[in-house]
Design a protein around this ligand. Structure first.
Ligand SMILES: Nc1ncnc2c1ncn2[C@@H]1O[C@H](COP(=O)(O)OP(=O)(O)OP(=O)(O)O)[C@@H](O)[C@H]1O
Ligand SMILES: [Mg+2]
Length: 472
């Protein structure tokens, strides 16, 4: 039982789950690496009666099949014990309800000595000895969980003080993400403090950063329950500030943390995976999809004791698969066309992208581009078909594979910036385009007026502005 693979941060989060289920508005986590090392977790939730406490200290009293309140984060009736004993050898729970405080304790050393499983009930004098018992008595109701003898948490550590500090830092990062929906907003439903410092929420969808997109939520009906799916496309890396970038997990984190973010009752359960419904390919690294499932669907998911989802059930997979391809497509577009102001009609691009059948796509050279029109006018009519064949050849032989591989490794193409005759070439290009319109002064004026919106000038607005002034 003690080897269920809990980490320190998931164990702490499991205790906080219970606090949330008990309607707590605030949770205080204290730890002391000095003197007697302990971790104490106090909530102001509903507390337990003596009977409830002894029930709670035993295993699986409320099994997976028991009906659960809608907002309950529990499932197996195990978390309190397994999470605690995965980290320590002495777990104490004090709880206060209706003015009465009760305490109970599992002490593995005593269990080993007595060679039987005996739950130890605390006398009032023992209760006063428990770290932070005074903080509990200051509350009307609440529950305090204290871990001592942290053998597991600090196993193999030569510097326990440092090790505990590291664990606490990990726990802070973990909780700021998994409970972010409880911690955010103008009046958060929950406040978690560590040694008095309030934990700030981390929004994996970076909704406060400019340049991202949220697609409309899509409900997925499964029996009586509704799973809600909302896709977020993060802003492109180039638009993120250093701190936003760090929040997103850095460049590596952006790639690794794409995928579904699955919430059960608003608590983040698992994230950063496409459940093999899509490839974790580089080009979709901006997509993060929020999946909200109610606990009434627990029976469909293979939810383990640590509340990590293994595989979504078939009906959910089916719905997600369809949504995934749509989202991946949007994410790719953000990635490919950054800075291009999308396909706003005022932009005259050199290339156009078309959605083909069966999820295929194609790129075509813009036949309406004025430079191409100019060329057509300069060559004899008989050369027209050859020109068209030539353009088609360029379009159909475009080296997608190698360009994709280059982009995926975050390499940058060598563009006009690198050459010093850029201004001269752009000026020449502009003059050729304008010359073809000499007979149509109104059109000519409009072209010049909109020069900054036309490829390739839109990529070099400063140069385009100078050329405009020169030619106007
Ligand atoms: N902080 C708390 N405040 C009030 N009641 C609590 C608290 N912690 C635990 N309990 C009670 O103890 C019971 C057992 O908790 P435990 O975490 O072991 O199981 P669970 O939350 O029901 O399921 P899970 O195994 O998924 O965590 C809970 O169902 C709840 O009734
Ligand atoms: Mg629990």
């Amino acid at each position: 039982m003690r080897a269920l693979g809990y980490s320190f941060e998931t164990a702490v989060a499991d205790i906080v789950d219970n606090s949330i289920a008990a309607s707590a508005r605030s949770v205080d986590i204290w730890f002391s690496p000095f003197g007697t090392i302990y971790v104490a977790i106090l909530d102001d939730g509903n507390g337990m009666s003596a009977d409830e406490l002894f029930e709670a200290m035993r295993h699986g009293t409320k099994g997976p099949k028991a009906g659960r309140a809608q907002h309950d984060l529990g499932r197996f009736g195990l978390g309190l014990k397994t999470a605690s004993l995965s980290q320590c050898r002495q777990m104490t729970v004090l709880t206060k309800k209706n003015g009465a405080t009760h305490g109970a304790e599992w002490n593995l050393e005593a269990v080993e000595r007595a060679e039987d499983w005996a739950l130890h009930e605390l006398e009032p004098a023992d209760i006063d000895e428990v770290p932070h018992s005074k903080d509990l008595s200051a509350l009307a109701e609440g529950t305090l969980v204290v871990w001592r003898e942290l053998d597991r948490a600090l196993a193999g550590e030569s510097d326990p003080v440092r090790a505990l500090q590291d664990h606490i830092d990990e726990a802070r990062d973990h909780m700021s993400l998994v409970f972010h929906r409880f911690l955010e907003g103008k009046s958060p439903s929950l406040e978690i403090r560590i040694n008095g410092d309030t934990i700030r929420p981390v929004d994996p969808f970076l909704r406060s950063c400019k340049g991202g997109q949220t697609l409309p939520p899509e409900p997925l009906q499964i029996g009586d329950a509704t799973v809600t799916i909302e896709a977020h496309i993060l802003p492109h890396i180039s638009k993120l500030s250093a701190s936003e970038m760090a929040l997103a997990g850095g460049e590596e984190g952006l790639r690794r943390n794409q995928g579904f973010y699955v919430y059960r009752n608003r608590r983040l359960i698992t994230w950063g995976t496409w459940f093999r419904l899509a490839r974790q390919e580089e080009m979709t690294k901006l997509a993060r999809v929020q999946v909200d499932i109610p606990n009434s669907l627990d029976h469909l998911w293979s939810l383990d004791i640590k509340k990590a989802f293994a595989h979504p059930p078939e009906p959910v997979r089916k719905g997600l698969r369809q949504i995934v391809s749509r989202i991946a497509d949007r994410s790719k577009r953000v990635y490919t066309f950054r800075g291009h102001r999308g396909w706003a009609p005022e932009i005259v691009p050199a290339w156009k992208r078309f959605e083909g059948r069966e999820g295929k796509f194609r790129y075509e050279i813009n036949r309406d581009h004025q430079l191409l029109q100019a060329l057509r006018e300069e060559i004899p009519d008989s050369a027209g078909p050859t020109l068209e064949r030539f353009i088609q050849m360029l379009e159909t032989t475009f080296p997608f594979d190698s360009a994709y591989a280059d982009m995926a490794s975050d390499r940058k193409p060598e563009l006009d910036e690198a050459t010093d005759d850029l201004a001269d070439r752009l000026l020449d290009t502009a003059m050729r385009m304008l010359a073809s319109l000499d007979a149509q002064p109104a059109l000519r004026a409009r072209l010049l007026d909109q020069l900054e919106q036309i490829d390739p000038f839109c990529k070099h607005p400063a140069v385009a502005k100078k050329i405009k002034e020169q030619l106007q």
